[in-house]
Design a protein around this ligand. Sequence first.
Ligand code: ADP
Ligand code: ADP
Length: 226
Amino acid sequence: IPALDVVELKKTYPNGVQALKGVSLSVQPGDFFALLGPNGAGKSTLIGILSSLVNATGGDARVFGVSVLRQRSAAMRLIGLVPQELNFNLFEKPFDICVNSAGFYGIPRRVAAERAEKYLKQLALWDKAFDAARAMSGGMKRRLMIARAMMSEPKLLILDEPTAGVDIEIRRSMWKFISGINAAGTTVILTTHYLEEAEQLCRNIAIIDHGRIIENTSMKQLLGKL
Ligand code: ADP
Ligand code: ADP
């Protein structure tokens, strides 16, 4: 079964904007998948639906066979989301930020502490784990968002423009970490409007524009066409 199967997904906002006009796409387990599109294309709406922040108005989306529309809490256990905006408390310690987020999933404290160490190490944040998060650089804060999302050990990790607004060096360093997570077995989907980012990282790609998928292919094939 696909890691993600989106079928004729539609979203019309109350003001009448048709943000998704019947989007279908499929992501295989283990894939590293890019959703590329300009501002206003519908990327955030799609991610909002996958993470239960936005209600779809038609169609379905299944994560490893579980519908995010009809089996919401089961689907949420399979998905990790890294939103664009930093949304942790800067006065807390990275270790506590991770452990507390695991509490939300009912993960026992001892397991949470082990995982926090594992993922903070994997994202090269362990030496900052017990200082207030505000002491970290911009790139580190973004990596902390990823470590936190990994605490529930999601089968599908979704990153919404993970490198938006960071400079090229930090971007490249983040690419390495995100690739590492994929290499360790997690299916990864990211949205981006940098083709270079998709090109460097992803095996498969969908391009969304005005609420429709206009291309869905392997990165290799797409680059052959350009
Ligand atoms: P992207 O993430 O690709 O920039 P969005 O999903 O944010 O695209 O937006 C798709 C379209 O839906 C845009 O026209 C946007 O203005 C509109 N839109 C997004 N959120 C809302 C909302 N809460 N209410 C009304 N329209 C919205
Ligand atoms: P992004 O950069 O992620 O695409 P946007 O700037 O499109 O984000 O949207 C920021 C926020 O404003 C989102 O919560 C989105 O749902 C909301 N939004 C976007 N467009 C509209 C709109 N036309 N009407 C109401 N809310 C909107």
